[in-house]
Design a protein around this ligand. Structure first.
Ligand code: 5AD
Ligand code: SF4
Length: 475
């Protein structure tokens, strides 16, 4: 059973990928911490676990870095640029540290795991280094560091899932929340550092996931996103109930919490998403018709070098299957340009698979070689940077066109929208999302609505990123 902390920590997202939590009443706390997160949703979810661990040890959060006794930065190693951003931020923290005696700086997450004690040699003013599986030891490490020692724990675990820790929601609109369902990754995509920084794959106790979702619903949340590096390989054996829970089954159980609770999930590996999962999505109205299905490349030759274990044709057949079982399903992808040995023809294959899949959205990157990965050890990073960037620009341009076309197709249709809050640009408009993940903005008009409510909205106009419409009915 989950033991939920009662101390609520509020927060606001800052521009970019960082945020700083804020405690309502920090006076009762023995120390104040500030935490900033970079990287994937998983990392943001981890910061909520960290906040919970620190909170229950009597540490309070602050939004003001200057007033913090402890500064944590939850880091990402996926691309070199992500690491550079963190290093730059650390130099800023260093200045603060010089000004404030006793202030401690801790590095959490993937970069901590990748660099281990090297971090302390390279960044002399870092006091604490903690990998993604060692957050339970944070209070002890803080103690150690307060005593003047350098504190490090980068042990990876085969079974840590933080199942019993109730995350303190930091970056929350009070409507949508992330729920971590598994950790680590067993895929060995040759470009990827994640298996090295987050360790072996393990699934969280299904009962604790369900309890967290029920609790969130009772607190007023109306959308959960089930998170894992590879959610389709979720597999939990409940020895007490004598049942095995697959991802399809877990999705169903979460969907049954309430028809008013929307369920999303991320990320799927094309090789693992099953028909059973697709049929479960089709069966429950509250499981969103949206799948993030990273393709990485449209060339079978490159896919093989990436160790993705599928071909171009196989991926295309998967897209067909999704559209057959879930008509109108939103699909997005991750795409890498300029992977080792990529030729113009491979690049054209990527562009054409994007056209084939008609992605609504993509996350697009140029290849960044990461130390220790299979690709770094086996292949030469031989595509010149300007070529990588030019191809990336072509991919981005195409995606912009596809997103606009996809939105245009929605004009005149009516969608069920979950209201997430006021539009950033105008307090007389609401912002929400359709099941397919499209962002809608529409006037509040005379309706007495609030965030978390569902409405039917007819799409009248669009830009590449947003649909503009009008309410046609209250749900
Ligand atoms: N270089 C560029 N992009 C990468 N990704 C992962 N590793 C790298 C890398 N070395 C991208 C992939 C992945 C997403 C999270 O980040 O597209 O799906
Ligand atoms: Fe970055 Fe990957 Fe770690 Fe997430 S798991 S923080 S994307 S390196």
């Amino acid at each position: 059973m989950l033991d939920y902390v009662t101390d609520k920590v509020q927060d606001e997202t800052r521009q970019g990928e960082a945020y700083a939590p804020f405690a309502n009443d920090p006076n009762g706390y023995k120390k104040r911490f500030y935490i900033e997160s970079y990287g994937c949703q998983m990392n943001f979810a981890d910061s909520e676990v960290v906040a919970s661990i620190l909170n229950s040890e009597g540490f309070g959060a602050t939004r003001n870095v200057e007033e913090a006794d402890l500064i944590f930065i939850n880091t990402c190693s996926i691309r070199e640029k992500a690491e550079q951003t963190v290093r730059k931020r650390l130099t800023e923290f260093r200045k603060l540290k010089r000004k404030k005696k006793g202030m401690l700086v801790g590095v959490l997450g993937c970069m901590a795991e990748r660099l281990k004690t090297k971090f302390l040699e390279e960044e002399k003013l870092v006091d604490i280094v903690v990998g993604p599986d060692a957050y339970r030891t944070l209070p002890a490490l803080v103690e150690e560091a307060t005593g003047g020692q350098k504190a490090v724990n980068v042990l990876l675990s085969r079974d840590e899932t933080y199942a019993d820790i109730a995350p303190v929601r930091l970056d929350s609109n009070g409507v949508s929340a992330y729920v971590s369902i598994m950790r680590g990754c067993n895929n060995m995509c040759s470009f990827c550092v994640v298996p090295f920084t987050r360790g072996r794959e393990r699934s969280r106790d299904a009962e604790s996931i369900l309890n967290e979702c029920k609790y969130l619903f009772a607190e007023g949340y109306r959308e959960v996103t089930l998170l894992g590096q590879n959610v389709d390989s979720y597999y939990y054996v409940d020895e007490v109930k004598n049942e095995t829970v697959t991802f399809a089954k877990l999705l169903e159980q979460v969907a049954l919490v309430s028809p008013l609770l929307r369920v999303r999930f991320s990320t799927s590996h094309p090789k693992d998403i099953t028909d059973e999962v697709l049929h479960t999505i089709a069966k429950y109205e509250n499981i969103c018709n949206y799948i993030h299905l990273p393709v990485q490349s449209g060339s079978s030759r490159i896919l093989q070098l990436m160790n993705r274990t599928y071909t171009r044709e196989w991926y295309m057949a998967k897209v067909d299957r999704i559209k057959e079982i879930i008509p109108g399903c939103g699909i997005s992808a991750d795409i890498i340009t300029g992977f080792c040995t990529e030729e113009e023809q491979d690049h054209r294959d990527t562009l054409s698979i994007m056209e084939y899949a008609q992605y609504d959205y993509s996350y697009m990157f140029y290849y960044s070689e990461r130390p220790g990965t299979l690709a770094q050890r086996r292949f030469k990073d031989d595509v010149p940077l300007e070529v990588k960037k030019r191809r990336l620009q072509e991919v981005v341009d195409l995606q912009n066109r596809l997103s606009l076309e996809s939105n245009k197709k929605d004009i005149g249709k009516t969608f069920k929208i979950l209201i997430e809050g006021e539009s950033k640009k105008s307090d007389t408009d609401w912002k929400g999302r359709s099941s397919e993940g499209k962002v809608f903005v529409f006037p509040k008009e005379h309706y007495a609505l609030q965030k978390g409510d569902y409405v039917l909205v007819r799409a009248d106009e669009c830009t590449q990123g947003t649909l503009l419409g009008r309410i046609t009915a209250i749900q």
